[in-house]
Design a protein around this ligand. Structure first.
Ligand code: SAH
Ligand code: F3S
Length: 490
């Protein structure tokens, strides 16, 4: 199961093959969403050219960077604990170590970390990573360094991210940065700034490069991919002011998806995250048109209650969301659909909660990511509303939606039993070294005996059993058109 916030990778320290000329060591750890992990790969790429090789050994690091997340209070607390740990190592074994904070916590907590608590030497926001070499120089000269300026243009389109956390099969490709939607609970518009899109040409080049290096699947990544709009650069909100020519030649998400899928017919294409208010039916039509675009949509809804959706500023009703689901299923009957849900948003009543449960029953999501509301300073909800749903009530409601989701997940995985489905092999199964793990087009994990198959191959797997989240089966053949080249001997 591919998670928006993947708990199993939280805090991973990333390492790549070293460059012999580099003399300094960088330890970089990431928290939060996939976008943050992808940003860390961009940072490692920038610093590789500035004399740093990555290490997984904290004690030997010259520079320790932590890429932070602000989405919920828990994420902030985790990062704070890590900073305490780095400082302890610095005091005891490595006094020359420099410590820096990157990402979403940078803006809000910069003065706290730098001045009040003296926990860090360096604070860098998500749009300022190209400034890192200069900032590190300042730190080397004995100063503290900060750059948390959010940009109108920065998309790192010209930085080729090193692939730190990759299995060599699937990779993430950022296509937009920031978000303009201003959901009232969400800090992203404040921490990551206004929305801007990356040049389609640089996206196509990155995907091309990945294909040449043997990657088989890419996920186009953004806070709200459906809102992608390239008209020569600049903020999404300034599109109104663009010239007629710019408007006529603009590329939207459906166009981009079409271009990427057409240019790389042998690669699986995924995208995340979709937003119900911005997703258009032509995106679904493009999915239908190209066999290599996976039949899977991550479509967060957050609540099933119209009143709460309105308070959240989600810009769509429950009915409109259900119609969108119907339209998706009309065009792609077997489409995998997953959700993000927040329970306990201010003023949420038992009635609102029942609406959430009933919406879930209507959609029967394949899987989902469910959270208790966490008040974030600076957001509209924090400013205007009281966090008034008691902790115990939040806990119970969260458990209810998790239990219901597990039922639906099981219902969906069991529908696969008896079918033969195409799987891209990604890695060894966590539980058994004799089994491969891969995913269906719907993004459901399947596990099966390895036999003679290899990582990165597309195989047909007959599903014989299933747990709540995983399909179990046996490979029956290579997928059609993906047989390994046979040796021609005379
Ligand atoms: N569009 C983004 C959403 C970012 S946050 C994306 O690409 O995933 C991921 C999820 O965290 C949201 O969909 C929401 O369900 C949850 N979330 C965001 N702010 C939250 C808050 N204040 N409290 C609880 N959950 C929150
Ligand atoms: Fe956050 Fe809503 Fe954007 S959840 S990332 S403001 S779409």
């Amino acid at each position: 199961m591919e998670k928006v916030i993947d708990e199993s990778i939280q805090g991973s320290a990333l390492e790549l093959a070293s460059n012999n000329q580099n003399t300094r060591k960088l330890f970089i750890e990431s928290y939060g969403c996939q976008m943050n992990f992808n940003d860390s790969e961009i940072v490692a790429s920038i610093l590789e050219k500035d004399g740093f090789n990555t290490t997984q050994n904290l004690e030997e690091a010259d520079l320790v960077l932590v890429n932070t997340c602000s989405i919920r209070e828990k994420a902030e607390l985790t990062v704070r604990k890590r900073l305490e740990k780095y400082n302890a190592v610095k005091r005891k074994v490595n006094p020359g170590m420099r410590i820096g904070v990157l990402g979403c916590m940078a803006e809000r907590l910069k003065s706290k970390f730098l001045e009040e608590e003296k926990m860090v030497d360096l604070v860098v926001g998500p749009d300022a990573y190209k400034d890192l070499p200069n900032l590190i120089e300042e730190v080397d000269a004995g100063q503290q360094a900060v750059n948390v300026i959010l940009s109108k243009e920065e998309t790192y389109g010209d930085v080729s991210p090193v692939r730190l956390q990759s299995n060599g099969v699937s990779a993430f490709v950022s296509i937009t940065r920031g978000c303009d939607n201003m959901c009232t609970f969400c800090v992203v518009p404040f921490t990551r700034g206004r929305e801007r899109s990356r040049d389609p040409q640089s996206i196509l080049e990155e995907v091309n490069d990945l294909e040449q290096r043997g990657f088989k699947e890419i996920t186009l990544l953004g806070q709200n991919v459906d809102s992608y709009l390239w008209y020569g650069g600049g903020l999404k909100k300034d599109f109104e002011k663009a010239s007629d020519l710019q408007k006529a030649t603009a590329t939207n998400f459906a166009d981009l998806l079409d271009k990427v899928a057409k240019a790389h017919p042998r690669m699986r294409i995924r995208f995340s995250t979709s937003n119900p208010q911005d997703m258009t039916l032509d995106v679904i039509d493009v999915m239908v048109k190209h066999k290599n675009i996976c039949n899977y949509i991550h479509l967060p809804v957050q609540s099933g209650s119209d009143r709460i959706l309105n308070e959240m500023n989600r810009q769509h009703t429950r009915e409109e969301y259900m119609t969108l689901i119907d339209e998706i299923r009309k065009r792609i009957p077997d489409c995998g659909i997953s959700q993000d849900m927040i329970i306990g948003f201010p003023t949420e009543t038992e009635e609102d909660h029942k609406d959430t449960l009933s919406l879930m029953k209507y959609v029967k999501y394949d899987f989902g990511f469910m959270f208790a509301y966490s008040e974030r300073p600076g957001t509209m909800a924090a400013r205007k509303m009281e966090d008034d749903v008691p902790h115990e009530v939040k806990k119970r409601r969260l458990q209810e939606i998790i239990d219901l989701q597990l039922e639906h997940s099981k219902y969906n995985t069991h529908k696969f039993i008896g079918k033969t489905v195409e799987i891209l092999i990604e890695k060894s199964s966590k539980k058994s070294d004799a089994h491969w793990s891969g995913r269906t087009t719907q993004n459901t994990v399947a596990v099966f005996p390895k036999e003679y198959y290899q990582i990165g191959e597309f195989v047909m797997v007959k599903i014989t059993d299933a747990t709540k989240s995983t399909l179990l089966g046996e490979a029956v053949s290579y997928a059609k058109g993906y047989e390994p080249a046979t040796l021609i001997t005379s």
